[in-house]
Design a protein around this ligand. Structure first.
Ligand SMILES: NC(=O)c1ccc[n+]([C@@H]2O[C@H](COP(=O)([O-])OP(=O)(O)OC[C@H]3O[C@@H](n4cnc5c(N)ncnc54)[C@H](O)[C@@H]3O)[C@@H](O)[C@H]2O)c1
Ligand SMILES: [Zn+2]
Length: 388
């Protein structure tokens, strides 16, 4: 496994941090700042020139957003206009249903109507839904046009903006249609998180804790020591939390960009249980991050049972997750029978050859993939939590 990068997140005088996602000619920067959303247009213009060379004519941009973040998207639109772009903005319905081929099809028509060319940049201003859908639009229109993300949820900041997975859902399954398509750059302003609902924020934090557990014990300790700043969404704390999370995910993605070697699977810590919980909870009942938060505790308990870690590793996770307001127990354990959980796990698309695969900690900051975990241990953990 890759060792976590030692690159310190160096802050510049303007209080911004840059993380480079190192992927050969697809490398890009993630700029993380606070209260500088109106600078987004300048960055987009610079990234375009760097990648495609300076333009002779006027460039165009399509800003894709959803109703809940339209205020932030308007700032980005104005900054693009100020940087010389001809800009159009499309506001989609908030929610997972927007990640659909019918929405993409409408967006293709919009690109045609605005006479988009190969320099037309698609700028996603929103959470993971807007990022994934817009990225898929950019990846496929005219066989690929430039793409920039301006994430507005913590989950999009630390997870979906790194790694290039773009796509939409089919009725049969989430994220079934898609591609790997890296953006030209990602512009994160922590100030936009001030309007993010608490539940979404806490849900995103679960993935942040995940990075500490799987890759970086020191970062985990930083989180433990800065619970108040995290809960208050303090800009300087957020910049560090986001930068370190992006760096850690980028280090993994660099080793396994196209999910071929299995290395990228470490990012699925807690997710084998979480996917089963999400599927059984019913639509919209349990947010992804909430399921991951609980799933990590189950996986950690499983690691204890396998003799991989001491109980302290689990209790530290539980304490931290509780302190940052993440969910640590299933809201209605009775709805999650061990048989149902097991059969959902077997259906999970991340199962390899029908074998259950678990990412388990062997110490804080390190995980290993296991495919030989007895189902009796998997279900014993479920029973133990249900009995608590
Ligand atoms: N590409 C990847 O690698 C990757 C990784 C993880 C998740 N995802 C995808 O991301 C999606 C989930 O992303 P998400 O959790 O960001 O959900 P989301 O995009 O649906 O956003 C959650 C809600 O918050 C609202 N919102 C967003 N930013 C806001 C802000 N600053 N203020 C107020 N409201 C705001 C949105 O309108 C929406 O209602 C899923 O579709 C998932 O499949 C992709
Ligand atoms: Zn996740």
């Amino acid at each position: 496994m890759t060792s976590p990068s030692d690159t310190p997140s160096v802050e510049t005088a303007s209080n911004s941090v840059t993380v480079n996602v190192d992927l050969a000619e697809r490398s890009y920067d993630i700029v993380i700042c606070s209260g500088q959303l109106s600078a987004a247009g300048t960055f987009v213009a610079e990234w375009l020139d760097q990648r495609l060379g300076a333009s002779s004519g006027q460039q165009s941009a399509l800003v894709v957003t959803d109703r809940n973040v339209a205020g932030h998207a308007n700032v980005v639109r104005d900054s693009l206009a100020a940087a010389g772009f001809r800009v159009e903005l499309v506001e989609l319905e908030p929610g997972e249903k927007t990640k659909s081929l019918s929405v993409i099809s409408r967006l293709y028509e919009r690109m045609v109507a605005m006479k988009a060319d190969r320099r037309t940049v698609v700028v996603a201003v929103g959470g993971g839904v807007i990022g994934d859908a817009s990225g898929f639009l950019a990846a496929t229109y005219n066989r690929g046009v430039p793409f920039v993300q301006v994430p507005t949820t913590l989950l999009a900041d630390v997870d979906s903006s790194v790694g290039g997975k773009v796509g939409v859902n089919l009725a049969a399954a989430k994220n079934l249609i898609g591609s790997f398509y890296q953006p030209l750059g990602v512009f994160i302003d922590t100030a936009v998180l001030s309007t993010l609902p608490d539940r979404d924020y806490r849900s995103g934090l679960a993935e942040v804790v995940k990075y500490g557990v799987i890759l970086d014990a020191e970062f985990f300790q930083f989180l433990e020591q800065n619970v108040d700043g995290i809960n208050a969404r303090e800009p300087a704390i957020l910049r560090h939390v986001i930068a370190r999370s992006c760096q850690l995910k980028a280090d993994v993605v660099k080793e396994d960009e196209f999910e071929r070697t299995g290395l990228r699977a470490v990012l699925n810590y807690g997710h084998t249980y979480a996917h089963a919980f999400e599927a059984l909870a019913g639509y919209g009942q349990l947010m992804h991050g909430e399921a991951v938060s609980i799933g990590m505790l189950y996986a950690s308990r499983l690691a204890e049972k396998r003799g991989l870690i001491s109980a302290e590793v689990t209790s530290r996770q539980r304490r931290l997750l509780e302190q940052i307001g993440a969910l640590t127990t299933l809201p209605n354990p009775a709805a999650f029978s061990t048989d149902d959980i097991l059969s959902k796990m077997r259906l999970d698309k991340k199962t390899v050859g029908g074998q259950l695969r678990f990412i388990l900690p062997t110490k804080l900051g390190h995980v290993t993939t296991f495919t030989d975990v007895p189902e009796s241990d998997v279900t014993a953990v479920v029973d133990e939590f249900a009995a608590e």
